[in-house]
Design a protein around this ligand. Sequence first.
Ligand code: UDP
Ligand code: MG
Length: 317
Amino acid sequence: MALLSIVLPAYNEEQNIANTVQVLDRLLTEQKIDYELVFISDGSRDRTFEEIRMASESNPRVKGAQFSRNFGKEAGIFAGLEMATGDAVIVMDCDLQHPPSVIPQMWQLWQNGAEVVEGIKSNRGKESLAYKMSAGLFYKIMSALIKMDMNASSDYKLLDRKVVDVLLSLPERNTFFRALTFWAGFETRTVEYEVQERQFGESKWSFFSLMRYAVANATSFSTLPLQLVTIMGIISILFSLILAAQTMVKFLSGTAVEGFTTVILLVLIIGGFIMLSLGVIGNYIARIYEEVKGRPKYIISKVTDNVTGNVVGQWKK
Ligand code: UDP
Ligand code: MG
């Protein structure tokens, strides 16, 4: 019988673990789907890992690991993918905002040959205005840069073993899970779902963490900002050629003195372009630097008893 692994990244989610295990266990048992739940506690500072450990003691299908510190949701997803042994793997949030009720549909599509099943949001749930604005801006930037509707796509998806292995074989450290499955291709189906309200606790993203996420993902997935720098450079050169011609004409006709406004404007405009360009290039260099260091995506400090592996350092199956 095929095994379904469900990967659930969790950061300070002590209130959600037991409930999520119970809900998923009931659903999957009812649907007669053979499953395992892989919880990755992303350096949680509350009792999240203890909750995972307790759940795994009463239900051996539950396993999990704790990171040595907070490495971010991306790292959590990838650690979960590495730990998962299933023939198909679903990644979902452990706060049940990704409704488990669409799992049977995803599973069905997979059994009918789909290799990737994307969860598409039909709404964005109940969120605060500030969150909507920052998330809205974030998704706009991302959609424009990587040419994909980020507003509807999410991390809720099912991946066939083949796709998981492809993603795990990528050497890069700055991953962007949501876009990588598009990049990988494969036979893709979609399932619509309504974002639910968070069960317990609050959202783990702040405005700044979302912005950082946006810049990191934009630079790891698109070179458009670098091309923009070049285009802006060309535009400002053309602009200065025109001004140079005008200055020469004025000089030759002997009316050269006024023109301080032009000088000041030019200095400001070109200075602005240069600083912006340096910022963009600096971001890419930061990315290259991160990749070149070759550090692991995450460090595991603890695992549940039903897991064997390299505890300190990167996960080895
Ligand atoms: N998460 C994580 N590491 C982080 C932040 C979040 O593993 O640094 C997990 C979190 O526990 C949850 C999922 O990622 O399972 C989505 O986070 P959250 O619910 O806070 O985001 P939102 O649903 O508000 O977009
Ligand atoms: Mg959530």
